[in-house]
Design a protein around this ligand. Structure first.
Ligand code: COA
Ligand code: ZN
Length: 314
C-alpha cells in the first residue's frame, strides 16, 4: 500500500475545512452568525473539497453553534464543494434535513469515557441512535460519514488499541456509511501508529472514503498527515489558523492548520486545488475576529517564497 515518491508527487489531496465547527465550538465569546456566514463564503471560494459548516448538537452542549440552521441557510452553496455538518443523534439529523445538507457527519467515540463525557451516553446507545440516522440518511439519499473520535488515544482512557478501533469501523462499514473519519481528538497519535492504522483500514475497506483528522496538541500533526499520505490516504480535515478542539476532551487544542498543511503539500508537488494566499488572508482576518494570535506558524513566518531585506551591516 505504501506509495513511491514518484507516484506521490502527482497525487490529488482533498482538503476539508473544519474551522467553523471544530474551530469555533470551544470559543467562549459568541461569534455572530453573519461573521460565520461571511467566513464560510470566503472559504467556499478557496478550493476546498468539503466544508464542515456547523453542528446540529444540543445548544446547551455547544452554545456557539446554536445558530446552525441560520448559518446553513445563509451561506452560498458553491458547486463542487460539499457542505457537511456534525450530527450526534436523530434530533440533529432531522434539524439538518430541514435545511438541506450534502452529508451527515455522524460522531461517536471509540473510547467509552470520551463518549460519556462528550455525548452523555454509552457507545452502544450512540451506535443504536446513529443506526437510525443512517437509515434516515439512506431513505433521504443523503451521504453519510462517521467521525470516530479518540481513534488513536483518549485523554482519560489512554492509547486506543487497533482491535477497539476496528470493532467500530466494522460496525459502521456494515451499516452502510460512505466514509469514515479517523480522529486523533487530542493529538496522541504518532506517525508509526498512523501508518499501521491507515494500512489496515484501507486494506480491509478500500471502497470507503477515508479521512484523517489530526490535532497538533503534541506537535505531531503534520508528521502524522504525511505518514497517512504515504499509505495512500488522500483526504484530511484541517482548521484555518490551527484553531480547534473538543470542549469535552481534557487538554484538547487545535487541529492541524489548513494553510500549513496546504503549503507543505503544494511544495511537495501534491495537487490540493487550494488557493493558499486566500487562506492566509482568511486566517489573518480570523485572528482579528477572535482577538488573539492563532497557532499558525505559516501566518507568522509567511510562505517560503517570502523574502526579507538583507539586514544592514554595521
Ligand atoms: N439538537 C438540538 N437539541 C437537542 C439535540 C440536538 N441534536 N439533542 C438533544 N437536544 C436537546 C433536547 O431536546 C433537550 O432539550 P431540553 O432540555 O430543552 O428538553 C436537551 O438537548 C437534552 O437532551 P438529551 O437527549 O437529554 O441530551 P443530553 O443532555 O444527554 O446530551 C447530546 C446529548 C448528544 C445531545 C449532547 O451531549 C450533545 O449535543 N453533544 C455534542 C457534543 C459535541 O458536539 N462535542 C464536540 C464535537 S466532538
Ligand atoms: Zn477534532
Amino acid at each position: 500500500m505504501t506509495s513511491t515518491p514518484s507516484t506521490l508527487s502527482s497525487k490529488r489531496i482533498y482538503i476539508q475545512e473544519v474551522v467553523t465547527r471544530d474551530g469555533f465550538q470551544a470559543e467562549s465569546a459568541f461569534i455572530p452568525t453573519e461573521e460565520k456566514i461571511a467566513l464560510i463564503n470566503r472559504l467556499s471560494r478557496a478550493g476546498y473539497a468539503k466544508i464542515e459548516v456547523t453542528s446540529f448538537t444540543s445548544p446547551k452542549a455547544i452554545p456557539m453553534l446554536a445558530d446552525a440552521e441560520a448559518v446553513m441557510q445563509g451561506i452560498d452553496r458553491i458547486p463542487g464543494v460539499e457542505y457537511t455538518v456534525l450530527i450526534p443523534n436523530l434530533r440533529g439529523a432531522e434539524r439538518a434535513l430541514a435545511v438541506g445538507v450534502d452529508e451527515f457527519n455522524l460522531v461517536m467515540s471509540v473510547s467509552e469515557a470520551h463518549n460519556q463525557a462528550n455525548l452523555k451516553m454509552s457507545r452502544e446507545d450512540s451506535f443504536q441512535g446513529l443506526s437510525s440516522v443512517i437509515t434516515l440518511a439512506h431513505s433521504e439519499k443523503t451521504a453519510v460519514n462517521i467521525s470516530l473520535s479518540t481513534s488513536f488515544g483518549c485523554p482519560m482512557a489512554g492509547m486506543t488499541s487497533l482491535p477497539d478501533l476496528m470493532h467500530w469501523v466494522d460496525r459502521f462499514a456494515a451499516a452502510g456509511v460512505r466514509g469514515i473519519t479517523i480522529c486523533d481528538t487530542t493529538g496522541m497519535a504518532n506517525p508509526a501508529q498512523v501508518q499501521a492504522v491507515c494500512e489496515v483500514v484501507q486494506k480491509k475497506y478500500p471502497a470507503l472514503q477515508w479521512t484523517l483528522h489530526f490535532h497538533n496538541t503534541r506537535g505531531m500533526g503534520l508528521a502524522n498527515a504525511l505518514a497517512a499520505v504515504n499509505t495512500g490516504i488522500n483526504r484530511f480535515d484541517s482548521s484555518l489558523g490551527g484553531l480547534g478542539g473538543c470542549p469535552y476532551a481534557p487538554g484538547a487544542t487545535g487541529n492541524i492548520c489548513t494553510e500549513e498543511l496546504v503549503h507543505m503539500l503544494d511544495l511537495m508537488g501534491f495537487h490540493t486545488n487550494m488557493q493558499i494566499d486566500a487562506l492566509l488572508d482568511c486566517s489573518k482576518d480570523l485572528q482579528s475576529l477572535i482577538g488573539r494570535i492563532l497557532p499558525s506558524q505559516l501566518l507568522m513566518a509567511g510562505k517560503v517564497d517570502r523574502l526579507h531585506a538583507t539586514p544592514c551591516q554595521p
